[in-house]
Write a protein that binds this ligand. Structure first.
Ligand code: FES
Ligand SMILES: [Fe+2]
Length: 385
């Protein structure tokens, strides 16, 4: 058993209990690649959206064919540059009208020479610029730092090709959010847990009973992991290579959990005509406080959802319009069931003194906790079955 020095709770759960531990956790998380949004959130030049990375407000903006991101804080006297969820336009501060270019440099300062003794270039103030990379339509960002400098491709490793494919919606994603009173890790844990569906989702995921071990394939790659529900032996790098070559066709449920706080699941959804569609649900667990998380979801047909018959080609516009909200109805129900469990765990978090006992169908939680402990700079202890 490990003790956190400021709380009487186990180290792995400290950030759910202590603001100080949460601050440390979020600071470390802001230094590794985090999913911040989809390219389709900013389709036009100048489009931007705000979000948070760790505990920092940031904004992400399209500049022609590249995507840039900045800390949402003016370089003059720190007023937020963006004060809405999304918008379009140049970076001009509302406090004193300083203007910044897409490299973050102050290029317009009212009365610059008279009041600041030089031209904007000489005043030489700039915004904090984030590292940004994309994988498929997924936008990842991090605060530049000396510890974590790997490229996004290095970070995603063997999963890159599959994640790029699953992260490329065929149509604009259907989006929804849930504000859940729990630490984000309880939510990510339950998404890594293939043991709970019988108890928690008895009329959906769990209705056929416990998984048969021979149909469960787990992959660990870098800090991340995946579950394929199949008895076929497959390799993640082969699947990624096939995705990159455009030859992959999914045949089973899969979920890819990307450290620290993002996942994409892919499943076969049936429309009212009985036709199957490969849909994806992507979820980001955006931490708001030790005990509160904004669960952000993107739901969409994947690029694997190709019509097979003339009939399904003809019906596609209608199916694309009506199917996402129906699939979302079931996704939200499943998520609400998980949220109840996670809120319960939050209520007992301050009483948790021990490591978790993890069975075979929970082993990915152990892998996740090892990556988490490594990021935070303390060793993980996991009780395996
Ligand atoms: S705080 Fe932004 S221009 Fe002054
Ligand atoms: Fe669940």
């Amino acid at each position: 058993m490990q003790q956190h020095s400021h709380e009487n709770s186990a180290t792995w759960v400290a950030a759910a209990v202590s603001k100080q531990a949460f601050d440390h956790e979020q600071e470390q998380i802001s230094k590794v690649w985090n999913l911040v949004g989809y390219v389709s959130d900013i389709p036009n030049n100048g489009d931007w959206f705000t979000t948070t990375l760790g505990q920092y407000s940031i904004f992400v903006q399209r500049d022609e064919d590249r995507i840039v991101a900045f800390e949402n804080k003016c370089a003059h006297r720190f007023y937020p540059l963006r004060n809405a969820q999304k918008g379009n336009g140049p970076i001009v501060c509302g406090f004193h009208h300083w203007r910044f270019n897409m490299s973050g440099e102050a290029i317009g300062i009212p009365k610059s020479i008279a009041l600041f003794g030089g031209k904007p270039r000489e005043v030489c103030k700039r915004l904090n610029t984030l590292d940004v990379e994309t994988c498929g339509e997924l936008i990842f960002a991090r605060f530049p730092n000396s510890t974590h400098q790997e490229t996004l491709a290095e970070f995603l490793g063997d999963g890159y090709g599959l994640i790029a494919a699953l992260g490329s919606p065929r149509i604009k994603p259907y989006r929804f959010e849930q504000d859940v009173p729990t630490h984000w890790k309880f939510l990510h844990h339950i998404s890594l847990d293939d043991y709970h569906p019988v108890a928690v989702h008895p009329d959906t995921f769990g209705k056929n009973g416990y998984l048969k071990p021979e149909t469960v394939q787990y992959f660990r790659f870098g800090r991340h992991s995946a579950f394929f529900h199949t008895s076929e032996t497959v390799s993640l790098s082969d699947v990624s290579a096939a995705c990159a070559a455009n030859t992959y066709q999914p045949r089973h449920y899969m979920i890819v959990n990307i450290f620290p706080n993002f996942l994409i699941s892919c499943y076969d959804a049936k429309d009212i005509f009985g036709t199957n569609h490969w849909y994806a649900s992507a979820i980001r667990y955006r931490a708001l406080s030790p005990s509160r998380t904004m669960v952000e979801s993107w739901l969409y047909p994947t690029i694997f959802d190709e019509p097979k018959t003339r009939m399904s080609v003809a019906l596609r516009p209608m199916v694309d319009r009506f199917m996402p909200p129906i699939v979302a109805y079931f996704a939200k129900k499943i998520m609400r069931e998980d949220n109840v469990i996670c809120a319960g765990l939050q209520a007992t978090a301050h009483q948790i003194r021990d490591e978790q006992l993890l069975g075979t169908f929970e082993r990915r939680i152990g892998w996740f906790e090892e990556a988490y402990a490594d990021l935070l700079g303390h060793g993980a202890q996991v009780n395996h079955d």
